[in-house]
Design a protein around this ligand. Structure first.
Ligand SMILES: CSC[C@@H](O)[C@@H](O)C(=O)COP(=O)(O)O
Ligand SMILES: [Zn+2]
Length: 241
């Protein structure tokens, strides 16, 4: 028979509500797997719901997870309220926390999308704070908010900028560069990681998912444009690129 503490722990993740974060993370990751975003155990999703942060385990097939696999952390103390035995929390945890603490996000999605990876290889600018993907005059730009504290979304004529940071051997070692990119690009809702993927966040699950889908669409179009010799911005057009 389960002890009181283990049943209290289970109650943090067991719910018949499909919108409960522990259910949503499993459902979202199954969808992201079909898009090729979280294959081979890579990538993942974390949700903040009030004072609780829901985190997937590390190194597991993200499309096979069940709600009882989820870790639950207290947002304020950063202590684990729930730690499934024999599992470790995702190595992405400090990066997800950066989105929750620095940006007030409600959901952060990490993908290994091949389109995101290819974009980081196609952006020719050197590494450093100036490395960013830029595109304008694309309808899907309108799916990205203007910035934290700003009303509305980018317009068709606005230029979308997504910073790129360099990959590291260990996922958690990306944290400092990700936080620096957030500071350097105060309006951004995403950071690309060269030869690795992307971190995207939003105020809630619906917004984070929408933004991640719009960005991935733009990355795919941009890769195809590059192959056709088409410029991503009007400035590139003027440069004759
Ligand atoms: C294919 S292993 C990929 C991992 O090292 C990492 O990049 C990743 O995104 C997932 O880390 P995880 O700790 O399994 O949640
Ligand atoms: Zn990763």
């Amino acid at each position: 028979m389960a002890s009181d503490s283990s049943s209290a722990s289970e109650q943090l993740v067991l719910s018949a509500d499909p919108k409960h974060p522990a259910n949503l993370i499993c459902e979202l990751c199954r969808g992201f797997y079909r898009l090729g975003w979280v294959t081979g155990t890579g990538g993942g999703t974390s949700i903040r719901h009030h004072d609780h942060i829901y985190i997937a385990p590390s190194g597991v097939q993200k499309e096979m997870m069940v709600p009882t696999d989820m870790f639950v952390m207290d947002f304020h103390s950063k202590e684990y309220l729930r730690k499934p035995q024999a599992l470790k929390p995702s190595a992405c945890t400090p990066l997800f926390l950066a989105a929750f603490t620095k940006r007030g996000a409600g959901c952060c999605i990490h993908t290994h999308s091949q389109w995101a990876v290819l974009i980081t290889l196609l952006v020719e600018r050197e590494s450093g704070p100036d490395a960013c993907f830029e595109i304008e005059q694309m309808e899907m730009i309108k799916g990205i908010p203007k910035g934290p504290g700003k009303q509305g979304a980018l317009s068709y004529f606005d230029r979308l900028r997504i910073p790129i940071i360099e990959n590291t051997a260990q996922e958690e070692d990306l944290t400092e560069a990700l936080e620096q990119a957030m500071d350097n690009y105060p309006d951004t809702y995403a950071v690309l990681v060269r030869r690795h993927g992307i971190y995207t966040w939003g105020d809630n699950v619906h917004k984070a998912k929408t933004q991640c889908e719009c960005l991935d669409y733009l990355f795919q179009v941009a890769v195809e444009m590059k192959k056709l010799g088409l410029p991503w911005t009007n400035a590139s057009l003027a440069d004759g690129l």
